[in-house]
Design a protein around this ligand. Structure first.
Ligand code: FES
Length: 155
């Protein structure tokens, strides 16, 4: 008789423990399913359709070498496109995101693109000429349509 009381007490504890552990397992499985759905939706938002594209920019106002235009199109890094005329057939499209710590660089002046955050300097091709920036400004592909006086920037 005594042993059956002990047995039923153990069963009650066993059921509670079983339910507790089952709840933990089911909760973990539900959370991992939700996490997988969240991650899947994130990857579809950051896929190629968002981070790559083209934009056509009117360059008719760039009549002298070194002149630039800031296009309001927003690059994947969140900055506008800095278009610089190198010569009549060569244009450079640069990100304005400084490669040092992510500040937006200033507009070109005197052949230099300056970052006022920590003093990095870049030439009109985006190459580092001074300061702590470890790499050039990101440069994007440019296709010139001379007849239409436009360039298409691929990013
Ligand atoms: S962020 Fe441009 S120099 Fe530091």
């Amino acid at each position: 008789m005594e042993s059956s009381r002990i047995f039923s007490l153990d069963s009650a504890v066993g059921r509670r423990e079983f339910l507790k552990r089952t709840g933990i397992v089911l909760g973990a499985a539900t959370m991992s399913g939700m996490l997988a759905e969240i991650l899947a939706s994130c990857s579809s938002l950051t896929g190629p359709s968002v981070s790559h594209g083209t934009t056509t920019i009117d360059i008719s106002s760039l009549t002298s070498n070194g002149q630039f235009h800031v296009d309001s199109s927003v690059l994947p890094d969140g900055t506008p496109i800095l278009v610089i005329r190198q010569n009549a057939t060569t244009y450079t499209a640069l990100s304005m995101l400084c490669t040092h710590a992510g500040c937006q660089v200033n507009l070109p002046s005197g052949g230099t693109i300056f970052c006022s955050c920590h003093g990095s300097r870049f030439n009109l091709y985006g190459q580092v000429t001074g300061g702590p920036a470890p790499s050039p400004l990101t440069s994007y592909g440019v296709t010139l349509n001379a007849a239409a006086k436009t360039i298409t920037v691929t990013y």
